[in-house]
Structures are given as C-alpha cells and as structure tokens.
Design a protein around this ligand. Structure first.
Ligand code: SF4
Length: 698
C-alpha cells in the first residue's frame, strides 16, 4: 500500500504544499496538494521534478575530519572544543555561523539561540541577507516590524498588480499561475511589469516599463508626488495612522520631470500611463522581489513603494497592499527566529534593551548579544581579515553564491577552522571544510517553513535516514550541550523546538509585537505532526484565519503609527570606459540556487542546458559577439565564461546572466565571481543587479 505524506516544496518562497507518495518498491512520486491554501494543487517544473533529485548519489553520509570518515562523537567534540577555545582566547565575536533560508525554522531557532543567547555574539547571518534583507529593513523603518501586510489572495483580488523587480513567471511560478488565471477570469485586471528586461512575466503585462537599473526609487518618488495632488490621496489615513508624510512628499516633489525621465530612462507617456493606472485603481497590489532588494538602494526602493501605499491607505485590505515576494523556502521562518545578524528571536530588536532582556530571561541564558553581528559580506571580509577564526556554514554554498566569490573562497580556505553541514560531499564550499557534518535532505527531515504570505507549513519526512546523517537542529543542540549548556539545548524532537519558539513569540507580548503564534505554545508532538498550514499571527485563544495587517493602522512603532521615509534617488550608472556594461544576475525557471539538487534532474536541465548571458543584438555587433559564441564577462573582482544569447529582450548596455552555475557544471561559470561586494548601507544586501562589467568574445 503506497503511503502519502503531506509536506512542502523546498525551493522558492511560494511554499507550495506537496503530496509525496512512496510505493511498495520504494519509488517516490510527487503532486501538488489540492488542500494547501498557497498553491491549491499547483506545482511548477521544479516542484514537479522533486522526486528526480532525492537519490543518494554524491551524498555526504558520515562525518569527516580533514577528509577522513569519523564518528559523530569525535566530530562534535572537536567542533565544540575548537569553538570554545577560540571564544576563550579571542572573545565571542571571533566565531560565526553562516546559515541559510534552506534551513527549517527549528534548525534556525537553535542556531540563533546558541549564537546570540549562549555564545553571546550577533555573528549569525544567512544567505537570506542576499535575498530579502532590504525588504526587512524597509518594513522595519515603515511599519516598526518586519510585517508583510497581505496574502496571496490579494494578488488575485486586485484590479491592478504592479510587479517591480520580479520575474514572477520564472521565480515564483505558482503565484504567476494564480495571477494569470485571475486575469483570464477578469480581463479588466491590469498588470504592470517594471523590469529592465522583457521577461516571460511580460507575456501577461498590459504595460512593461523597461526601467534603467536602480531607477525605481525615482519612479516611485514621482508616483508619490503625483498621488499627493490627486484624488487618490487619503488624508484621513495619513493623519490618523502615519507620520512623516510632509518630508517624504517634499523630497519627492523636489525631483523634477527631467530628472525623473533621465533616472528611469522611460518615455514620459509610459510614466504618465503608470501613474494614471495607480491613481485611478483603488485595488492595487505592488509585488517586489530581488530586482528591488538586491541593490545599493534596496531599502530606499522598498520604502519608496511603501510610501505610495501608505499615502493612499491602500494596505491590509482585500486586493490592496505592498507585497514582498520572498526568494527562499524559509527566509520568512528564519526572520521569525532572528536568523539575521541584526535581529533577535520572534521579531524582537537586538538594538532594544527591553527586547534583549526579555529574550535572555526567557532563555535563562548567561549572556545575550549586545549588538548586531556581522552581515554576510562583512562576515566573509572578517574571515578574510582573520577576525573570525572559526566558522560554521550550514545548508548553503557561499563559494558560488556570495558576491566577490573568489575572495570569499580564499577567505574560507584560509580560515583556521571551518565546519560545513551539508547533504552533499563535494561542493565548491565543502572542499574547504576541516569538519564535514552530514545533514538530512528534503524528504528526510521534519520541521516547519514560512512562505511569503506568512503561512507556516510542515515539511515532513517520508524517506529513511541515509547513513549517519542527522538533522541540523540536532547537530547544533549537540554542540550547545558540549559547550556546557545542556539544559538549554535539551531538545528531543523538532516539535519541542517549535513549542518553545511559539512560547517565546507570546512571552510578554500584549499585541505590541507583530509575530505571535502563542496559540501553538503548548503544542504536543502529536498536534505538531498534524499541523495544518496557518498564517501568523495566531495569538493564544484565537483560531486560524486569513490575516491582514494595517487596514486600520496599528503599526508597531511605539506610537502605533507608520513612518513615511524621505528617500533619495541613487546614482544609477556604475559603468565606465573599462567596464561599460551593466550586469544583472538572477534565476532561471528550472534551476535552484547553485544547482546542487535541481542539477540532478535531466528534465530540468533540458530547459536551459548551459550558463549564458543575454545581450542586445546591437551590443553584440559592436563587441564582435556572435550568437551562441562563448563570451568572457569580467570585472575588477573576477571572470566568468558563458555562452552568448543575443536577444532584444535585453535592453542595450546591459547583460543578464543566471546565478546558478558553478564550477562543477561548467568551468569558470560562477557569475558571482564577477559581482562586486557593494551593499545597501542599511540592509547590507549585495547589489547583484547593477554591476559594471566588460564583455567580449572568448
Ligand atoms: Fe516549489 Fe516555488 Fe515551484 Fe511552488 S512555485 S512548486 S514552492 S519552486
């Protein structure tokens, strides 16, 4: 009798429900879960191919020390001893964890608790820094907390959907399917895509604004100035629920029309049409993703968007609101437990003395991180400088995915002690580990993830545990025990961790904090096994329901008002005579991150088989690049060699290259070796969409 298990897709932030079936011969098949409220049975190509990516080929099955197989006790004792010795000699900030949006919430919770509450450093950061930290920073500035106000349903209910910096069709395919179906049912729905490239998402757009890289701040400043003098302005909402409108409006109004045209590179007619649509359509949702976040002005871009929704009171109502589309399966869950270097657990603020005291009392911990830790780019710089002497990397492959990837590789290689927890034995990062710890993969591990609409779902195991692999939370708890904190890390199962996480979210929370899942605080293991997907918040004594924030104010600044932010348009052009092109990196439809899993599926690789760079036909002629010829892309930081894809989908002066390929799939194809380690000054998120490069035939 085949067994069916309800679980969740481990790839993008849509968080689709999956039914996995294991037949009597042990063969696995997957299908969409028709009862999951985020996807209603839909899956994209990556989700549909999950069963093709779970074989044991290449798996890391046993702990290793310096390349030799070891037992768990030996490996864990060594890790605990080296971290303890390093902390004793150089202090808590000499060690760091670099974790991942691929971790489950329970793994993330234990990692954060160990680093911030027991080691006493803020040095835990995550690849989510590369993904959505500008949205976190923008939300915190405007709302007083990292709160996504709406739900996926709002995208279907809107009469106007603005997609800015989002290739929804490839990066969040099931949301794209839901949007396309809604537009089919209601042809009067309007869709505007703001993107330098004419992506597949533009196939359903009524208006495509091929904006200059980083022109978005100016565009939304212009929109705010326009709305302020139109009937769409909601003075009642502004007066009752916000602060700072005057300064934000003054900054926006100071941008003259010529400046707006220059910075956006858009025709005046298109800008007018966009402003008219936004002004005259009350039910508007603005979705934003990495094209907004991965920028040296990412936080200002987010706030420029939020300003427009606050000014019109279009927030937290059905079919209205700003909507951050998260890249990874559990970037939201990681945020909820404080997985970023500048956050505390349960959305509390590390800079806030009361919050630090509250978390420390709840954990009964000997110490609490007194300040934010190092964000990803700074963390690897500290590894390079020798300030960080012991590093634990979990569930991520920074040698491929970090900007300035060659320097990151050199830093890791030179670090005195590196631990890597992974499911694979050989990645570009594992080759530099002193200790390798085998983790559980999708289908083997148990826990929860939170998707872009704040919906918490279970990932459930349905496969036997291979070799000596163990859950990441277990590895962390064992290190906590061995470092002398046995009572605090006495977890026997993920259910116990989730129950503690839920209790912390409700601890001394009288509604002044956004994240509260206190209704789950006393949850038993059985109830955890049965957990159905639900949206937060769910305070004690409440039932699961569709949740939205801020229709009637209730923001999380002390005065419960939102803040407008007076943003400034950034410099948009980083090019020069030596590096005259703008590189924009991103995802393709059928691969995930550094391809360590999706690269196993022949079906997925059939979509696009090789790394490539899109270049406009006239730029190709002028640089002597021929269609399908090899090209070299270089910057002061590194080189990559990929195949030219000559297409007028790409605007002149720019090239697009996917982020996925690594040296195991194609020699010198790591595009992040080319990306400069430039970051947003507030969020610390790297600017992967606007990199000055040269491109030439190889
Ligand atoms: Fe998985 Fe995202 Fe595809 Fe859904 S849309 S099946 S979560 S990759």
């Amino acid at each position: 009798m085949a067994a069916e298990v309800k679980t969740t897709c481990p790839y993008c932030g849509v968080g689709c429900g999956v039914i996995a079936t294991v037949d009597e011969a042990g063969a696995v098949s997957v299908k969409g879960d028709p009862e999951h409220p985020s996807n209603f049975g839909r899956l994209c190509s990556k989700g549909s191919a999950l069963a093709e990516t779970i074989d044991l080929d290449g798996r890391l099955l046993y702990p290793e020390i310096e390349g030799e197989r070891s037992g768990w006790d030996e490996a864990l004792d060594l890790v605990a001893r080296r971290f303890s010795e390093t902390i004793a000699e150089y202090g808590p900030d000499s060690v760091a964890f670099y974790v991942s949006g691929q971790l489950l919430t329970e793994d993330y919770y234990v990692a954060n608790k160990l680093m911030k509450g027991f080691i006493g450093s803020g040095n835990i950061d995550t690849n989510s820094r590369l993904c959505m930290s500008s949205s976190v920073a923008g939300h915190r500035r405007a709302f007083g907390a990292d709160t996504v106000p709406g739900t996926y349903e709002d995208i279907e209910l809107a009469d106007l959907v603005v997609l800015t910096g989002s290739n929804l069709a490839w990066c969040h395919p099931v949301i794209y399917q839901r949007l396309a179906a809604a537009k089919m049912a209601r042809p009067n729905m309007r869709i505007v895509v703001i993107d330098p490239r004419r992506t597949m998402t533009c196939d359903i757009a009524d208006l495509h604004l091929a904006i200059r890289p980083d022109g978005d701040v100016a565009l939304f400043m212009g929109l705010l100035a326009h709305l302020a003098t139109s009937p769409a302005i909601d003075q009642n909402y502004i007066g009752a629920h916000t602060d700072g409108f005057g300064d934000a409006f003054a900054a926006a109004a100071a941008l003259d029309i010529n400046d707006l045209l220059e910075r956006t590179g858009l025709p005046a007619m298109q800008i007018r049409e966009f402003f008219r649509l936004f002004e005259t359509t009350p039910k508007v949702v603005t979705c934003y993703s990495q094209g907004v976040n991965q920028s040296s002005s990412g936080t200002d871009k987010v706030n420029a968007i939020l300003n427009c929704h606050l000014a019109t009171g279009r927030i937290g109502r059905p079919g209205m609101g700003p909507f951050s589309l998260t890249g990874q399966p559990n970037a939201m869950g990681g945020r909820e437990v404080g997985g970023l270097a500048n956050m505390l657990a349960a959305h509390m603020a590390i800079e806030n003395t009361e919050d630090r005291d509250r978390v420390q009392r709840f954990w009964d911990s000997p110490v609490i991180a007194a300040k934010p830790g190092l964000k990803a780019v700074d963390m690897f710089q500290a590894v390079a400088d020798g300030r960080i002497k012991a590093l634990w990397i979990m569930a991520t492959n920074p040698v491929v995915s970090m900007p300035d990837a060659d320097s990151v590789e050199n830093a890791i290689a030179a670090c005195p002690f590196v631990v890597v927890s992974d499911i694979l034995k050989e990645t570009d990062t594992t080759r530099h580990a002193n200790v390798l710890l085998p983790s559980l993969g999708w289908g083997e591990k148990d826990g929860t993830v939170t998707n872009s609409e704040r919906r918490i779902s279970r990932q459930r195991s349905f496969l036997d545990i291979p070799g000596d692999a163990r859950a990441d939370w277990w590895q962390l708890a064992e290190i906590g025990r061995r470092m002398g904190f046995a009572a605090a890390f006495d977890f026997d199962a993920p259910a116990a961790i989730f129950a503690e996480h839920a209790a912390l979210s409700a601890f001394e929370n009288n509604g002044s904090r956004d994240f509260d899942i206190g209704a789950r605080a006393g949850m038993s293991g059985g109830a955890y096994d049965e957990l159905s997907p639900f949206q937060w918040p769910q305070a004690a004594g409440t039932e699961p329901s569709i949740t939205r924030f801020f229709a009637e104010g209730g923001f999380f600044h002390p005065d419960r008002k939102a803040r407008f932010v007076a943003v400034k348009p950034p410099a948009t052009d980083r090019t020069n005579a030596e590096y005259p092109f703008t590189l924009n990196t991103g995802r393709i439809r059928d691969q995930w991150h550094t391809m360590t899993r999706t690269g196993k599926s022949a079906r997925l690789s059939a979509h696009i088989a090789e790394p490539f760079a899109e270049i406009h036909p006239r730029d190709a002629i002028e640089t002597g690049i021929s269609s399908a010829g090899l090209v070299e892309i270089d910057s002061p930081h590194g080189k990559a060699i990929v195949r030219a894809l000559v297409t007028d989908r790409q605007a002149r002066g720019g090239i697009f290259a996917p982020m996925h390929w690594n040296d195991q799939f194609a020699a010198r194809a790591r595009i992040d070796a080319v990306v400069a380690p430039v970051t947003d000054p507030i969020s610390g998120q790297p600017a992967s969409k606007n990199v000055a490069v040269a491109v030439r035939p190889f």
